[in-house]
Design a protein around this ligand. Structure first.
Ligand code: SF4
Ligand code: SF4
Length: 337
């Protein structure tokens, strides 16, 4: 791993040159912040706030066409490969989330749509110097400068950025931009380490997940589920904006003699998600649906892949319209053991 410095006076030139590579970076759009395409030659401005919509949406789009078909034809038309893209300013929690989602898409079937798009994407991360109100990444195996899932980790040192390449893809990109970079002195790396230590100390919430995966099956009928789900509106925001949620539905859209098969995000917080054709619903109320959301992240995923499917980004707590707070739920689970 190399450590290089990019002085901020070269930032415009750096992002201008990167913008020729199908560059995406955080941008405010209406009331939301999300990754948007950077026009060629445009400078990117990064700030401390994470995006409302996680960058997962670029590799696992909210709606995508799996194939097109026509009446009387047996051949399916498959979508072409997406252009390669570079995402700049990805937070370590969101990059880690992509690595977790990948476990699912590589599991019993290798999903070519997700995996090919992921392969064609380069992630340049930005370490968090100022964790957000509800962040708790360091409680669930991550951290404000976690490299997992990233190709390059960038840290803001004030006058300059420190760039550390994590993968071969990242190394190649750093090499391509070497004219704008210089080798980082040892004190720059030390400064970054101090910033990480300070950021961890600023994280307000610390939830020790020890014992939660084992406790959840024992608490199946516990009254806590009624309590924590009582205010839930079933809007699905906590799952749609979660960087690790990956449930989808597949539907055919037909118009005249042709159509397309598409896949779109779904949410276990929706009443119809588990509704059978018979009308029976094994998760008939928000109690069961909330219980499933927490079990999926903190128990089922752990059983299957050995890791908690939550990166502690805090979005579900920040954005729930009725302030249902994941940290509070986890504490109640621990208390009820
Ligand atoms: S965001 Fe809040 S109200 Fe909406 S489904 Fe999730 S927990 Fe329920
Ligand atoms: S469950 Fe909440 S805190 Fe955890 S990754 Fe999803 S949105 Fe972030």
């Amino acid at each position: 791993m190399s450590a290089m410095l990019l002085h901020k006076e070269k930032w415009s030139e750096f992002t201008g040159k990167l913008s020729g590579k199908n560059l995406w970076a955080p941008a405010v759009q209406g009331e939301m912040k999300k990754f948007a395409r950077v026009a060629e030659g445009q400078t990117v401005h990064l700030d401390e706030d994470n995006t409302t919509v996680p960058p997962k949406a670029l590799v696992f789009p909210q709606t995508e066409t799996l194939c097109r078909f026509s009446l009387g034809q047996t051949d399916l038309e498959l979508p072409g490969l997406d252009e390669e893209m570079v995402l700049l300013g990805v937070r370590p929690c969101d990059a880690r989330a992509m690595a977790l989602v990948e476990k699912l898409f590589r599991w019993d079937f290798e999903d070519p749509y997700y995996l090919e798009r992921r392969e064609r994407t380069t992630l340049i991360g930005l370490a968090c110097n100022e964790p957000d109100l509800n962040c708790f990444c360091s409680s669930v195996g991550g951290g404000p400068a976690s490299p997992e899932g990233l190709d390059i980790l960038m840290s803001d040192l004030g006058e300059s950025y420190l760039l550390e390449d994590i993968t071969e893809k990242g190394k190649a990109l750093v090499e391509e931009f070497k004219d704008l970079l210089e080798e980082a002195p040892a004190d720059a790396v030390k400064q970054k380490e101090q910033l990480v230590e300070d950021a961890v100390a600023k994280i307000k919430w610390n939830v020790d997940p020890e014992g939660i995966p084992e406790a959840l099956p024992q608490l199946w009928e516990d009254p806590l589920w009624e309590k924590v789900s009582a205010a839930c509106l079933g809007c699905g925001i906590c799952t749609y904006l979660c960087p690790t949620c990956h449930c989808f539905d597949i539907q055919d859209e037909v118009e005249g003699p042709a159509g397309r098969r598409c896949r779109m995000w779904d949410s276990c917080m929706f009443a119809e998600y588990t509704k059978h054709t018979s009308g029976h619903n094994p998760r008939p109320t928000r109690r069961e649906r909330t219980r499933n959301r927490i079990n999926h992240k903190y128990s089922y995923f752990v059983d299957k892949f050995g890791v908690i499917a939550c990166v502690g980004c805090g979005r579900c707590s920040n954005l729930c319209p009725v302030n249902i707070d994941l940290i509070d739920i986890l504490r109640q689970v621990k208390a009820a053991r």
